[in-house]
Design a protein around this ligand. Sequence first.
Ligand SMILES: [Zn+2]
Ligand SMILES: [Zn+2]
Length: 423
Amino acid sequence: MEIKAIRGVKDILPGEVEKWQFVERVAREVFERYGYAEIKIPIFEHTSLFSRSIGETTDIVEKEMYSFEDQGGETLTLRPEATAGICRAYVEHKLHQQPGFVKFYCLGPMFRYERPQAGRFRQFYQIDVEAIGEASPVVDAEVLTMLMTFLQRLGLQQLELHLNSLGDAVCRPRYREELKSYIRGHLNQLCPECQGRFERNPLRVLDCKKDGCRAVMRDAPQTMAFLCEPCRQHFDTLADLLAGVGIGYMLDPKLVRGLDYYTRTTFEVVAEGLGAQNSVTGGGRYDGLIEEIGGPSTPGIGFAIGFERLVTVLEHHGLTIAEPRPQVFVAPLGASALRESFVLVERLRGAGLRAEIGYDEKSLRSQLRRANWLGAAFTIMLGERELAAGQVSLKDMQGGEQVEIPLTEVMTFLQERMRKPSE
Ligand SMILES: [Zn+2]
Ligand SMILES: [Zn+2]
């Protein structure tokens, strides 16, 4: 019986993987310019880390986690997101004792039991950025500027930054009460799920996608109207810094997060022209999270971008990246030329060229077919006759012209030809 990949899990083959590499390359370049360092955290953690940091009553923890007991009887979970693990590492390695604060990025797979028919993957990849240890709005501005720069550098132009402030422990309780009493007045118009959860988590009703709930919540009280003075100033400074570098934003009062540890700045970036589900990334401040998982009270802010979604958006915007082609293909003709050909192809690779060798020295025709299929720029043919004369035949696979050159000059010849602007 043929064994297939697990449902909702996919292979990323050459042809597509180049786009992923491009995204990764740009991410590393841009993030490092802003002083962010890569952190690699484990793929699995104690289940309690996620239930505490993400929240027991969220969909992720209730329905979507891949949890299992290992041979030693420990309950473990494949990470459904990266923030929790990064914060755990921050506390565990006492990074708060370092001067200044830390700026991390993390690339890698996450795991959630999602419905594959909704275009979601059960193993999906994220770019995750976290700045931990500083509450200043300058950090918020820096994170957002870096995010927008990254997306622009990828080639996305029509981007909309949606911004909101959730307030903090001082001003949010009053907002919550106000929101609850508003919801209570419209309870019969809400979906059963919202009716059940609004007392516990009124902010999630703002997030509900059901038409009835959305209609009711259109006139709900907005967080911005309830901000205390420090929260208001934090937001104003952020807005001013963004304006200074030419980044506009839309105030989006529906942009909320249910958990208490999310504070102040929350954001989302929408790429235009992709229909309803066009958010490419979201994030925000989580000044209460580190404390929640047992660390000292520490502010933090970050965002996560889904790779699959981002690559789809980029393809929509016409991104194509060719697979790397061999620059030269060495075709040995006959057994006696095999050894010299193998030496030559190694020399070429040693000099930094992408070089391939033919595996069937008995048939020139089959080797040329493979060189064509690989898209090699040049093919070098090396047979007994060439060996005796100390020469090779070199064919330009595009133009078709063929020249004989001394074996000793092959390297210089190719290096000169490869220095074309297209390479
Ligand atoms: Zn609802
Ligand atoms: Zn406040």
